[in-house]
Write a new protein. Structure first.
Lengths: 134, 134, 134, 134, 134, 134
């Protein structure tokens, strides 16, 4: 049960509908996920979050699948069940196979393991990693 | 100051040297990072961790740069300074530009933001994301 | 299913009942949450945790609503579903509106985003933030 | 050493300068922090992050000090040293006393403790916390 | 609903069955948990993870119960519900009583609290903790 | 540079000195760590935190070394550098060898890895782990 009433399209204000319309047009779908329906309880957060996500996930120097894989990796690392579920679906739409998911999870698991080994042993950063950025 | 004495090649046991040799051969380098020198205080952890990292980071369904980007994304999300420094260097060696780093960090930041919005609002997973895996 | 048998008032020891009585008196309620019933499996933890929470949440330099908002913010950031549910309820009792929840979640999301950008880019702390505490 | 070259005002593009000017005007200061100078290596992230922070931190249903306290609470909980340093400074500018900082940290500490107790004992959410949002 | 089809013994490849057989023999059980059935969607991750877990959890300088307590402590601290459930069961099999669980959770809670106090107050590491490792 | 002025014994109030005296007596030492000197900026937090730590770390169903190992494991998992440094020192005083530290870190690393695999694959909790607590 969400903390707020989910806002359905039929009950939405003009301002919220405009965001919903843009989400559906951009994603070529005719439904709105619970995530956006919850954010719609606070329209400025709905609008800002959607504009940011749209902006950030646009193809650029990284392709859309890579971006989805990174999004899923971070969500899995943080243990956000909603985001894992929704971004697993997104990544599959962008072409993620079971093999790719397996390798992705292996990297996420290994990074989480070595992050703790490096911290736990208080390892100092090597001089070679401190060279000035060009 | 690391929690343990860093093991230099000259003082290393045959068992540890074998791992160091494999790291240097695999990575085409002639030096060993502090991370491995700290793990060498417990040779089974050194060997197992290296074998796992080598295995996981081998090119497969995901290419090496994508794997490095994911490793860096998770390390940045977890705030492991050592791993951020070392995997930023690795990712650059594999071709990461400032533009790619910028987009990567933008996705990491956005995922961390929406992970908290989804959890904070207690959003329930949409039925459509629960469909059985094929 | 909790890891331990929940201790109901009727089955509780005198020691546990004393804590339950204080919880109900302090919070002006006649029921005990599952959280406390689980902690009651280890009476010293029940007593210490309740005394600490009562102490920390008492009005002081920060008012009770601000304290509840901070508690909810941290719980949302950590993804603790139980604590998000219970402290959303508490914060609402202390007057949190949907508007306030929206702004709170926006700050939580933004802090989580910029925390990763600062770490991910390895940004050094500005000299001006290092000035000695007065 | 940051992962990227920090962009100083003198070397900044027109696009970056426009953001820097807005930061300095909004915050009534004549200097730019390292955080923004690092983000400037990827101008779209600089612009989007600044616009979002400005938007989110504007006084609304929550006052500016409360927002700074929440920002600091989340940063302390996540262990982001840069953000702890910068938002401790910000919160002090908005009036945070040592007494308020003490109470804030006490709530942050307690939330982190009880988050783990609730998860660790696998406590189920009470029915009363599941009532539909009005 | 897992992200991948769970692999049952009857449908498993020879390679996966070999791992399943080793799990059942090592753990003296005749069933396989969902965790391993999900990993089996990517056989190299199944094999590597099982070999690592078997290796790490073998009695050594630390006894098996201590290792299970640490595993549970970390899982509770991270809020991984699956791992909390499975390692609570494992720890109980190795002799963990309610009293021990209570003390374990108390330490986990306290560490999570003081971790945030130390970070939140930006406490510098005492010289005495920096003495070189022997 | 800590967020607050560290309180030295000579400048401390009677209330703070009483806590400092108890810390030194309990720990059989004649110095106070920076952690406590920072907490002393808010005497109620100093007193409550010390009383809680003393209480929790007292030998009980778990012995002092096991408690220190768990404290270090959680601190390493959370990446709290101050707490890793101080509890590595504490654990060594209680008898932790490099071998034990190696096994401890291996368990911490493995738990962090499998926590992400379980979450990332959205693995459902097995029925057998849901049996009612006795």
């Amino acid at each position: 049960m969400a903390s707020v009433k989910l806002i359905e399209y039929a009950q939405a204000s003009t301002q919220v509908r405009a965001v919903y319309d843009d989400i559906m047009a951009t994603r070529k779908t005719d439904s709105i996920n619970n995530f956006w329906k919850a954010l719609a309880s606070h329209p400025p957060t709905l609008r800002r979050t959607w504009e940011s996500v749209k902006d950030v996930m646009t193809p650029g120097a990284l392709d859309p699948l890579t971006k989805e894989l990174v999004y899923l990796a971070v969500s899995a690392s943080n243990g956000c069940h909603y985001c894992i579920a929704s971004h697993t679906a997104s990544a599959r739409k962008h072409g993620m196979s079971d093999e790719m998911l397996g390798e992705l999870m292996a990297v996420v698991g290994m990074a989480n393991e070595t992050n703790r080994l490096a911290n736990g042993y208080q390892v100092e950063i090597d001089e070679v990693f401190r060279t000035p950025a060009s």
